[in-house]
Write a protein that binds this ligand. Structure first.
Ligand code: ZN
Length: 266
C-alpha cells in the first residue's frame, strides 16, 4: 500500500499534537475487557473515541444492541477486518510478519487486491445489515492493508479513510496523513521495553506530524504498560476524531511510494 502524497498537520508551536484515540478488536469475547477500558476512558474524560469492530466473530442480537447503544452514546464505530485472523499464510514476508508482529491477525496479507476489497465491502455491508451507522473509517487488522493501490481504494469508494501503520489515508484524495501510533499491548515481557522505546520515538515524532494515534487493545489494562497509557491519556488533551483529518487543507508535500504493508499487532 502506498499513498502518493502525504501531509503533515503542523500544530502551532508549543501545542500538543492532536490525539486520535481508538479501542481495537471489539468482538463478543473481548467486550468485558472493552467495557472496562471504556470506563477508564470515561473516568479520564477521553472523547471522542473510535471503536474498531470485528464483524465476523459471532455477534448476537444483544451484542448488536450494545454496539447501537455505544453509537448513541457518541462512540464512533469503525470496521476492523472480518474475522481478525488469517485463513492461510502466504509467502515468506507474510509468515515473518505473522510470527514477529501481527501474530496471525493480519488477515489482508494473504489476499489479492480483489480479495481485500471484498473483505472491506463485506465488513461495511454487515454494519448496514445490523442497522448501525455505516463506518467511514476502516482499519485493517495489524494495520496491514496488504497489496492494494491507493487509487483502487479511492475508486472503490467504500470508506473515506483507511488507517495503516504509518498514518491515515484519505481514500478520495489518495493522501496519507502521517501519525505515529502509541501502543501498550505488552502481553509478553520482551514487548515491554520494545513498546516503551517505540512509544518514546512516536511521541517525539508526533511533535513534528501534529497528529498521533493512541491505539488501545482490550487487554492493555491488564498489561504492565497500563500506567504508560494512563499517563498518555492525561498528557494528550487535544483529542480529535479521525474525520477531523478530512477537513484539513490539501496536501503540500509529496512522498515516495513507500509500502505500508507491515504493522505490529493490532
Ligand atoms: Zn486488531
Amino acid at each position: 500500500m502506498s499513498a502518493s502524497e502525504t501531509r503533515a498537520i503542523a500544530p502551532p508551536s508549543g501545542d500538543e499534537p492532536l490525539a486520535l484515540v481508538s479501542v481495537h478488536d471489539l468482538m463478543p469475547a473481548t467486550m468485558p475487557a472493552v467495557r472496562r477500558t471504556l470506563a477508564l476512558l470515561e473516568r479520564h474524560d477521553v472523547q471522542p473515541v473510535t471503536l474498531l469492530v470485528v464483524p465476523g466473530t459471532g455477534w448476537d442480537a444483544r451484542g448488536i444492541d450494545e454496539l447501537r447503544a455505544l453509537q448513541r452514546a457518541g462512540y464512533v464505530l469503525a470496521g476492523h477486518g472480518w474475522r481478525h485472523q488469517v485463513a492461510r499464510i502466504r509467502g515468506l514476508k507474510h509468515r515473518l510478519h505473522s510470527l514477529f508482529l501481527s501474530r496471525h491477525v493480519a488477515e489482508h496479507l494473504a489476499l489479492s487486491a480483489a480479495g481485500i476489497l471484498a473483505l472491506m465491502r463485506r465488513c461495511q455491508h454487515w454494519f448496514q445489515q445490523q442497522a448501525l451507522d455505516p463506518p467511514t473509517l476502516y482499519v485493517p487488522p495489524a494495520w496491514a492493508l496488504g497489496d492494494i493501490a491507493p487509487r483502487t481504494l479511492g475508486e472503490a469508494g467504500l470508506y473515506q479513510q483507511v488507517e495503516v501503520f504509518s498514518g491515515v489515508i484519505d481514500t478520495a484524495r489518495g493522501t496519507l496523513t502521517p501519525a505515529p501510533v502509541l501502543g501498550y499491548e505488552a502481553d509478553a515481557p520482551l514487548r515491554v521495553p520494545v513498546l516503551r522505546l517505540w512509544n518514546r520515538h512516536a511521541r517525539r515524532r508526533a511533535a513534528r506530524t501534529g497528529v498521533l494515534r493512541v491505539g488501545i487493545h482490550p487487554a492493555d489494562l491488564d498489561h504492565p504498560l497500563r500506567g504508560d497509557l494512563v499517563e498518555d491519556l492525561r498528557r494528550y488533551r487535544r483529542l480529535a476524531d479521525y474525520a477531523t483529518l478530512l477537513d484539513d487543507p490539501p496536501p503540500t508535500t509529496r512522498a515516495g511510494a513507500a509500502r505500508h504493508t507491515t504493522g505490529h499487532s493490532a
